[in-house]
Design a protein around this ligand. Structure first.
Ligand code: GDP
Ligand code: MG
Length: 370
């Protein structure tokens, strides 16, 4: 079943958040107001509170939105892989992303990209690959906690002169629990004390087994400094993507996720989004978290204006009513009225649940003193 936050459940039952927390407490479930409980627990506590649990219909605007969402599901076509680079600090994540960005993005202007953008895509002779530049593991975990499955493949960077370290293991756990396949980039092979064999041996402990050890994890030896082996990594990614048979509808209204956002002095709210299905076009109306708007302009990672962006392609969007949160979904809708309705309804809901949450926090304080 699906999960619901204690605050949302309380709101549906027209009860104080604290009352639901208390009832859960009596049932032996420790949950704060902002935490989610699973469907079965929600039904139990609802009945415990003397209510009958009936699955409520979505609000009007959301229902209309869902009907629209069904219109997006056109014919499935192959789409590029979306890759996140993870690994222990100083093992070379940023260097690798920079090397790929510097050497592989076809930019009209010499010198190309100066501004930072949270994602970019490259064209290789084996196809397009998109990279997410997530600021560390925390962002990855947070996105996942919000239900956003962004990444198809994790590239795990391990420095050949340092070997498997705590954050290497942490990244392996993240990838495993997200069900995302790993490719290991054994980095810094240009260094005299590089020992790729040691890395492969140490990875065995985490049950990540190289192909030449009889396992099924691709491992590529490379240097983010000299660029040696980087093309092999891109090949490995394309090969893994083929195995995954990644697909999405290309035609029709776009939907996807916000990667990062900011308020730009001159341009207003700017959101970098990853299109996950459909094609986002200039002029489209969209809902984005509690924000809405009409796409005034789209920019790629080189700062060039583009007319549209299809599945797995990151793009900067201008024209939103406000700054959405990273991890928010976006979806294109038919007209401004619906976009505005959904956004405003969500905003009102969010405010309400904040009020309930505040009440619940006080309840927690009281209970903490008991
Ligand atoms: P991050 O913390 O994983 O993002 O690591 P960085 O990319 O910031 O790299 C940490 C340090 O290692 C920097 O001083 C890089 O210049 C250096 N470095 C990264 N990759 C290589 C490499 O392939 N060879 C060598 N010799 N140094 C590297
Ligand atoms: Mg870094």
């Amino acid at each position: 079943g699906e999960a619901i936050t204690v605050a949302d459940l309380a709101q549906k039952l027209a009860l104080k958040g604290g009352d639901v927390v208390k009832a859960l407490f009596k049932m032996g479930v420790m949950a704060t107001i902002t935490q989610s409980i699973d469907h079965d627990t929600a039904v139990l506590v609802t009945e415990e509170l003397g209510h009958k649990a009936v699955r409520a219909d979505a609000d009007d605007a959301e229902t209309e939105l869902l009907a629209h969402a069904e219109e997006i599901t056109g014919e499935q076509e192959q789409r590029p892989p979306v890759v996140t680079i993870m690994g222990h600090v100083d093992h070379g994540k940023t260097s690798l992303l920079d090397y790929i960005r510097r050497t592989k993005i076809a930019s009209g202007e010499a010198g190309g990209i100066t501004q930072h953008i949270g994602a970019y895509h490259v064209e290789t002779d084996k196809g397009v690959i998109s990279f997410l530049d997530t600021p560390g593991h925390a962002a990855f975990t947070q996105m996942r906690a919000r239900g956003a499955k962004l990444t198809d493949i994790v590239v795990l960077v391990v420095a050949a002169d340092d070997g498997v370290m705590p954050q290497t293991k942490e990244a392996i756990q993240h990838a495993k629990s997200a069900g995302v396949p790993l490719i290991v980039a054994i980095n810094k092979i240009d260094k005299s004390d590089a020992d790729p064999m040691r890395v492969k041996n140490e990875l065995l402990e985490s049950e990540v087994v190289a192909e030449d050890f009889g396992g099924d994890t691709q491992m590529v030896e490379l240097s983010a400094k000299t660029g040696a082996g980087v093309d092999d990594l891109l090949d490995a990614i394309s090969l893994q993507a083929e195995v995954l048979e990644l697909k999405a509808p290309v035609n029709g209204r776009a939907a996807g996720v916000v990667i990062e956002s900011a308020l730009d002095k001159g341009r207003g709210p700017v959101a970098t989004v990853l299109v996950q299905q459909g094609t986002l076009e200039k002029g489209d109306y969209l809902v984005c978290g509690v924000q809405y708007g009409r796409v005034r302009a789209l920019f790629d990672e080189t700062g060039s204006q583009v007319q549209s962006a299809g599945p797995s392609i990151p793009v900067q969007v201008l024209g939103l009513s406000g700054v959405p949160d990273a991890g928010d979904d976006f979806v294109v809708v038919a007209d401004e009225r619906l976009a505005k309705d959904v956004a405003q309804q969500r905003d009102a809901k969010r405010r309400e649940s904040r009020l309930v949450a505040a009440a619940g926090n006080r309840m927690e304080d009281i209970m903490a003193q008991m």
